[in-house]
Design a binder for this molecule. Structure first.
Ligand code: DAT
Ligand code: MG
Length: 140
């Protein structure tokens, strides 16, 4: 597997509880390098655009409201097989199903307030990185 880049968000439930450092430590321990990172506060319109793929789902309104509720930390992670590796260290969407040692198992509050986002494939990784970062901000 080649070196890949993926996109990650530390979500409002985690920034609110001051968990950015603990989550970053787990990402780094998994072998991922944080090559870009910034703290931003999305508007509901921006959150809706980012999660547009879920707009028909019953939880969409709740998701958008949550993601715009408080600041988030957006990141680009780089490493061997980074997309799958990041999904593994994140754990299952629902923390009740997440494996021991994963970020969601340790920190998530619920299926909605689940502490972290990670791209689910190469195409979404590229689109999501470009949504938040310019090429100049990516320092590999
Ligand atoms: P993931 O974030 O693991 O890729 P997803 O892409 O299916 O999961 O959903 C995006 C986010 O939407 C997820 O992190 C939390 C929220 N979500 C998903 N399913 C939900 C549900 N059944 N109820 C409430 N929120 C949900
Ligand atoms: Mg997803």
């Amino acid at each position: 597997m080649a070196i890949q880049r993926t996109f990650s968000i530390i979500k409002p439930d985690a920034t609110r509880r001051n968990l950015t450092g603990k989550i970053n430590a787990k990402l780094e321990e998994a072998g991922l390098r944080i090559i870009a990172q910034k703290r931003i506060h999305l508007t509901q319109a921006q959150a809706g655009q980012f999660y547009a793929v879920h707009k028909e789902r019953p939880f969409f309104g709740e998701l958008v409201e949550f993601m715009a509720s408080e600041p988030i930390v957006v990141q680009v992670l780089e490493g061997e097989d980074a997309i799958a590796k990041n999904r593994e260290v994140m754990g299952a969407t629902n923390p009740a199903d997440a494996a021991e040692g994963t970020i969601r198992k340790e920190f998530a509050l619920s299926i909605g307030e689940n502490s972290i986002h990670g791209s689910d494939g190469p195409d979404t990784a590229a689109t999501e990185i470009a949504f938040f970062f310019s090429g100049l901000e990516l320092v590999g």
